[in-house]
Write a new protein. Sequence first.
Lengths: 51, 244, 226
Amino acid sequence: MSEFFAMSGYGRYVWPAFAIGFGIVVLIYITAVSSLAAAKQDAKRRLEMNR
Amino acid sequence: MGTWTWFHRFGSPPWVYGFAARWAPWFGGAAVACMLIALYGGLVLAPPDYQQKDAFRIVYVHAPVATMSMAVYATMALAAAVGLIWRMKVAHAAAAASAPIGAWFTVATLATGMLWGKPMWGAYWVWDPRLTSELVLLFLYFGYMGLRAGIEDPQKADKASAMLAIVGAVNIPIIKYSVNWWNSLHQPATRLIGEADMVWSMVWPLLLMLAAFFLYFAWILLIRLRAELLRRERNASWIREVVA
Amino acid sequence: MKTRPLEAARLVMLRDLRLAFRKPSQLLQPLMFFMIVATLFPLTLTPELSRLRDAAPGVLWVGALLSSLLALEFLFRDDAQDGTLEQFALSGQSLTWMLFAKTCVHWLLTGLPLALSAPVAAVGLGVPAQAMWSVVASLALGGFALSLIGAISAGLTLGARRGGVLLSLLTLPLAVPILVFGADATQRAITGGEIAPPMYLLGAIAVLGVTLAPLAAAAAVRIGLE
């Protein structure tokens, strides 16, 4: 198991690479979802205002 | 129903919104499933490389994000062209929605590339053709987003940035060619990345991961596209049903 | 009544040149900027000519690019502000040709003088005398290509806020091929190598630019004027 984490000595490059890469993947998702939520909120507000 | 019907449907913001809302979760689920399987295949099942040992495994995150950084730009330019030629609002919205995704992928490519470069070439940054071209691509994305942000009128912003995306798309092969030219002049050290012999157990996780990322892009685009459409169609009546 | 496009272009060219020469001091500004930039590099690097020679292609081309960018802002700005550009677009004459004429004037007043005076800066950077011809030629050709590309970004940023910075941000990545081949030509000239390959490539870019850039610039200007 510790071999897996060591990655034949390259662990300190491999794991950060996956962390950053997939971290950005998650970040892209979060920003997308929050932009949709914000747009929905905004649209709702405008509908209320124009009622 | 011929292709023309589909074309008309994609021109209608409410229809596209509904389509996106319905299909996004399927793309998302498929993307995550493929990513997990590919991750297992690449990190656990694939044997270490002869030259790079386990460092080669970075390819499973670097290659997909690098591919996507270019694929998203191509999508953006294509959507922009469709928007300009057929005056489709939805196409312009898709281009706008794609840009931040592509920029992030480019950042990820540079970061993972640097982390791969350090053990392989001894330095975090080397001016090799691929990394340098990626950096220029990042500047192109920033230019596109900057132009959109700098123009107030939404229609003008759509058209101007569409032109920029197309001009950029024409330029990208030229830029890559020039960067390769520049790099070959200075005889860099032999690049070890990617050209190693790969056995099938190394290849299939890579292919699956690539497919996963395309599915993922579709998923995220369908989310961001909805946000764009909501913002653009503020006063349209169909919004009422969607948000209420 | 539609005049031949070449005729319209000629008239625009003459007009732009006449207007430019009314303020001769402004004509010198890009040149001065280039000289100052070329001076800053030795000041920040080293006074040794042998070491500066290595950096010379970079200094010359970055300096040329920056001066060109500064002057690009004014390619369309005055005409856009006083409505002349709109008149051009509405005139029924070929906007493409007229903008091509304006681009040529920009090069004649910025890129070409810069190329011709580059030997002065080059001497200060340790460039040998036999390389001067090639330095001038490559900067002239590359400068023309830069003006063409710059016209596109100038057109695109017409309606944008803080258009100046944006114009540079847009032009720089697109200018990478010109810089790479131009600097390579200069480098080869300095070391006495064969300058034909990068010059041909620079020429190819210029030809591509001449064919496509004015069209794109005209489209961009029309968008900006709507």
